[in-house]
Design a protein around this ligand. Structure first.
Ligand SMILES: Nc1ncnc2c1ncn2[C@@H]1O[C@H](COP(=O)(O)OP(=O)(O)O)[C@@H](O)[C@H]1O
Ligand SMILES: [Mg+2]
Length: 326
């Protein structure tokens, strides 16, 4: 088995909500709350959960766009948490991010060539005279070509813009890429093409991905393992097949039942779990399990005690009192 490239240990990212001048009224929003996971070299870990559950916050904390509130991020055996700016620089090059909205994340006044060249300049990569050649190579890798170099982001379709976003991430020769819902804003017909490109790149360049999505349908195709998040917590994680075939957490079961099936015969027979109850906020969460207000299998214990993420089957972890008999 490949070794771990990234290990996240008890990672927390809290935001202070300053809606009051009085200190005692300040609230804490727990966007990422005590998350631990590993990502092996060369694999794709899918991370799925509803909007607002903390996926982007986790991704941004990993690439150090956010400082963690607490916990450790260990990359290739080195703890990034305490590195100074200079030490961090070489890791910033290796760990890149692709954003959900390629339009908002590309500078509209820069040409595609300049957008891709900028990270090379920042990280002082390649000889100056070789950079144009490198830009061209990268464009071709992501399915664009030389005719695109002097154009501007607004001249492109959504799918092509996301290809530019991928090209920019590749410009500094990364090892690990956080893909934050890279296909959510795209037409369904384009989504599969971008997924294929990401898979080809992974193979050619030996990349490792954290692939974030808000539903389970596309993630299956690209992920080796899948993790499920709910309100700042990782509630289940396992190999993709295990999560899809034998989901353990009631939340995962509900997410899976919401995936449309193209075959109407099967689709009619399929039982859909509709989640009821309030969607709580991650601000000052109450005690017990965070899913208790919507869980169809809730019991008394769920109100008092927070379930821990434990391995209940080989390589299959879940945080739910149904399985945790302790
Ligand atoms: N910079 C921020 N300041 C305050 N709250 C934030 C910030 N970023 C995200 N949040 C809050 O953190 C929670 C998780 O958000 P986010 O990580 O964007 O979730 P997701 O990507 O799963 O939709 C949400 O409640 C969101 O409102
Ligand atoms: Mg997000």
């Amino acid at each position: 088995m490949e070794k771990n490239l990234l290990e996240i240990k008890n990672l927390c990212k809290y935001f202070n909500i300053k809606n009051s001048v009085f200190k005692k009224n300040r609230k804490i929003l727990k966007a990422v709350d005590d998350v631990s996971l590993e990502i092996r070299k060369g694999e794709t870990l899918g991370l799925v959960g509803e909007s607002g559950c903390g996926k982007t916050s986790l991704g941004r904390t990993i690439v150090k766009l956010y400082e963690p509130t607490s916990g450790d991020i260990v990359y290739d055996g080195k703890n990034l948490t305490n590195l100074n700016f200079q030490e961090m620089k070489s890791f910033r090059r290796k760990i890149q991010m692709i954003f959900q909205d390629p339009y908002a994340s590309l500078n509209p006044r820069q040409t595609i060539g300049d957008i891709i060249k900028e990270p090379m300049e920042i990280h002082n990569l390649y000889e100056k005279e070789n950079r144009d050649k490198k830009v061209l190579e990268i464009l071709e890798l992501v399915g664009l070509n030389a005719s695109h170099i002097s154009r501007y982001p607004h001249e492109f379709s959504g799918g092509q813009r996301q290809r530019v976003g991928i090209a920019r991430a590749l410009a500094c020769d990364p090892e690990f890429i956080v893909c934050d819902e890279p296909i959510s804003a795209l037409d369904v017909s384009i989504q599969a093409q971008i997924i294929n490109t990401l898979e080809e790149l992974q193979e050619k360049l030996g990349l490792t991905y954290l692939f974030i999505a808000h539903d389970l349908s596309m993630v299956k195709h690209i992920s080796d393992r899948v993790g499920i998040m709910y309100l700042g917590k990782l509630v289940e994680i396992s190999e993709s097949d295990s999560v899809y075939n034998t989901p353990l957490h009631p939340y995962t079961q509900a997410l899976l039942s919401a995936i449309p099936i193209p075959d109407p015969d099967i689709s009619l027979k399929k039982e859909r779990i509709i989640l009821e109850g309030d969607i709580p906020t991650p601000i000052n969460p109450s005690a017990g399990c965070r899913f208790k207000t919507r869980c169809p299998k809730v019991s008394e214990k769920c109100h008092d005690k927070e379930p821990q993420l434990i391995e209940v089957k080989k390589n299959h972890k879940v945080a739910c009192h149904l399985y945790n008999k302790l």
